[in-house]
Design a binder for this molecule. Structure first.
Ligand code: HEC
Ligand code: HEC
Ligand code: HEC
Length: 136
């Protein structure tokens, strides 16, 4: 009986120590296509994005308004009050464009890829057509 109790407690401790912390409250989606949301007009082809290829990056580096707990509007770049200005291309004007191309922001696609390339580290594409495949 005593042995059973010890085994049970050991198992419980192992579960708490290893299993629980690895359970994300929210899972990153599988490979996706990012495209212009309603209200905007697409001039380019949608962009492929892989969470798996970015797993070395903290979720909240990109999802910089996310509470880190539950998935909601705070995860979408174009949510109301975030990068919801579909017209401007300037950063600081909540522009949709800057969410992905602001060279000065380390959490935009281009900002991060350019900075890492400069630092000589392996990174993603920086040329327009490598992200936006030319429409046929
Ligand atoms: C690292 C990937 C990446 C690179 C490089 C990149 N973009 Fe983008 N771009 C995106 C993503 C992601 C979006 C948002 C998805 C969408 O709207 O298609 C986007 C959206 C856009 C949009 C607004 C949506 C549309 O269809 O009009 C324009 C315009 C645009 N990019 C132009 C460019 C130009 C010009 C370059 C080269 C200077 C460039 N992009 C380089 C990832 C990239
Ligand atoms: C390199 C940047 C980056 C990293 C790191 C990242 N994401 Fe994302 N994630 C994105 C982009 C970009 C989108 C598309 C956002 C949009 O559609 O406006 C997205 C979309 C999502 C969505 C769908 C949101 C929706 O409502 O459509 C979820 C959920 C999500 N990510 C979870 C995660 C989790 C969990 C992590 C960490 C394990 C993570 N992401 C790491 C860039 C990133
Ligand atoms: C904080 C830095 C960071 C941000 C932000 C970021 N990336 Fe990347 N990206 C990386 C790194 C690092 C790699 C190289 C990963 C590797 O080779 O293991 C990469 C690789 C890629 C690749 C190449 C994947 C392959 O098949 O080898 C693509 C495409 C890409 N990123 C697209 C995007 C798009 C689109 C966005 C914005 C929505 C984005 N990235 C935002 C750091 C970033």
């Amino acid at each position: 009986m005593r042995k059973l109790v010890i085994v049970t407690l050991t198992c419980a401790a192992l579960v708490l120590a290893f299993v629980l912390p690895s359970l994300h409250a929210v899972d990153a989606p599988a490979d996706m296509q990012i495209q212009v949301p309603a209200g905007g007009k697409a001039t380019k082809a949608p962009v492929a994005f892989s969470h798996a290829k970015h797993k070395a990056t903290e979720c909240t580096k990109c999802h910089h308004k996310w509470d880190g707990k539950t998935a909601g509007a705070d995860m979408k770049c174009s949510s109301k009050g975030c990068h919801d200005n579909m017209v401007s291309k300037k950063a600081g004007e909540n522009s949709y464009y800057s969410a992905y191309h602001d060279m000065k922001a380390e959490n935009s696609c281009l900002g991060c890829h350019k900075a890492m390339k400069k630092a000589g580290k392996p990174t993603g594409p920086n040329a327009c057509n490598d992200c936006h495949p030319v429409k046929k």
